[in-house]
Design a protein around this ligand. Sequence first.
Ligand code: NAP
Length: 302
Amino acid sequence: MYDVIILGAGPAGLSAAIYTGRAKLSTLVLESAMVGGNAGITDLIENYPGFPQGINGSELMTLFMRQAENCGAEIRYDEALDLEAVAEGIKVKTSSGELQARAVLVATGARRKALEVAGEQEYLGRGVSYCATCDGAFFKNCPVAVVGGGDSAVKEALYLSDIASQVYLIHRREGFRANQTAVERMRANDRITLKLNKVVDSIEGDPGGVKRVLLKDVVNGGIEALSVEGIFVSVGMVPAIGFLGNRLATDNGYIVVDDRLMTSMPGVFAAGDICSKKVRQVATAVGDGALAGVTITEYLKE
Ligand code: NAP
């Protein structure tokens, strides 16, 4: 029996663990994949205060993890499969058994969305990737494409421009959602070629992997073949909430919380990218985590 079980060791979950650990609540953080979440696979984070030159995402998340552990939190690799309200609190079913806590924080974040085009699943791991910092090194001096126009896509294109021979950034319109500074840097990079007003029609290859991507022009319907060996899909996120079924109230798949970050299930809180909200940044996830840490502490004193 823990006081708090936190699902997800990303910026929100680890920040909450720092607060609940310092409040002397027994705190277990469960992580199913990799500590740091999406921030941990970001090459350079430039908008998190305190690091004027920017900081590598994995380095920053390692610091978060150490700080949470120093505050008394236990971090364990295990996957949460379900939550259930019981008389003494919340039961958490995991892939290795059952745990119980007086309160639970869901901070499982969001995962990369698939394009859902022909060839995407077939060539997954053989040219199709959802993470440039994880797989980019396999494409040294090869032509690659990145799909998307948000912060993730632009960052991945910039990261890959130091590795690949050529980077094509494919975006379905002319305007970018991404931060303007990064867009300007991308536009000035002569290793990055923009393919605007284009969508991916299909990904093709041979048994060795991806060889080309077919692009459809959204203005005139024309089809263009682009020779690439890698394609990095970065077209947004989907909340990592599948394990909860319909247990919590959601909006568009994201968890609805009140001003204390409590969900529709008493004793279960949510923080970070998994919540229905407008801005998803490391800084806002940290803010959510801090708030959840404080409100959970208050809730357990009530
Ligand atoms: P995002 O901001 O939702 O952008 C997704 C991009 O993919 C959009 O440009 C969208 O086009 C495009 N897109 C969506 N579906 C598509 C489809 N089926 N085919 C082609 N293009 C498609 O997602 P994100 O870049 O992953 O970022 C997620 C959140 O994390 C955002 O809040 C972002 O600010 C944040 N983030 C921040 C940083 C940072 O360093 N500050 C880094 C990474 C992520 P449209 O624009 O036309 O809709």
